[in-house]
Design a protein around this ligand. Sequence first.
Ligand code: AQP
Length: 334
Amino acid sequence: TPRVFSGIKPSGGLTLGNYLGAIKRFVDWQEAGTHETIYCVVDLHAITVWQDPAELHAATREVAAGFIASGIDPTKSVLFNQSQVAAHAQLAWIFNCVARVGWMNRMTQFKDKAGSNAEKASLGLYAYPALMAADILVYHATHVPVGEDQKQHVELTRDIAQKFNHDYKVDFFPETEPVIEGPATRVMNLRDGTKKMSKSGESDMERINMTDDADTIAKKFKKAKTDPEPLPETLEGLEGRPEAKNLVDIYAGLSGMTDEQVIAEYSGAGWGRFKPALADLAVEKLAPISTEMARLMADPAEIDRILAHGAEQARVIANPILKRTYEIVGLVGS
Ligand code: AQP
């Protein structure tokens, strides 16, 4: 069976960006039933920047609860946290030896996250894309639904697979494809339409958290930055208006409409009309999910059981692929 793999870092609470750019699509792949779907809480990626151990623990369960509450069904998809399946880190080491320093130097996310002081960044943050390649390829996954910001890393995964196959003269790792489709593949910061919405952004007002209550969601959209112009009559009218485009995009992502349809419905509307409509829609979609998340998080032992069971299923797929990789590389073992 062809496989889909994707993951989310437990580096904080889930945002609307994670939901629209990733989780919602994960559910679509699961329901399509065309591929085996494997979804992972990538805790080893989270620790590439400092994480308080107790917060990491809580965030791992929160991300798992967010997956399940959004519709990831552990009987239909394999759901687990990365560190429980050692093959990810083991294959990542091999890929560290395949990937080139020059490739890593081109990764824009490292530059963004390391900021002006790259010397002080962890070695793990630098090598992050090799671990991500291992996450995907240890299942021979071919399709990786991600937000726009992860495109470069999935392309690097393909480079690593190709170089491995070429160096060892095998046709072992498949070509992977980032799947970035539909609206809201890059949800922007509510206070600055040129930056993406992030879990770890400085101010809570920049983002909608999946656990925000109705009043908070309404307040954040009300205070979201916009320009003084009303909504345009055509899609072209959004050009050069990043904040306006972002809110239209979020509406489209939540409603299942296209940007064009949203513009058609709200053509010429002022923000005083559009923002409350957007807040109502967001509450309608997110409230049932956050209620279910709270219910799930009240029983952490059950979440841990689900993750442990998923990890068992994941190992069954990953271990033989890792074993074969070791043989190809020439590592002695039984
Ligand atoms: N703003 C976004 N719009 C659309 N998709 C997004 N994703 C993240 N932010 C947006 C997608 O969510 C998936 C999981 O991302 P991640 O947690 O592995 O890492 P990230 O992209 O670095 O997410 P954050 O929220 O920005 O976390 P921090 O602040 O900790 O770095 C990916 O598919 C990503 O594309």
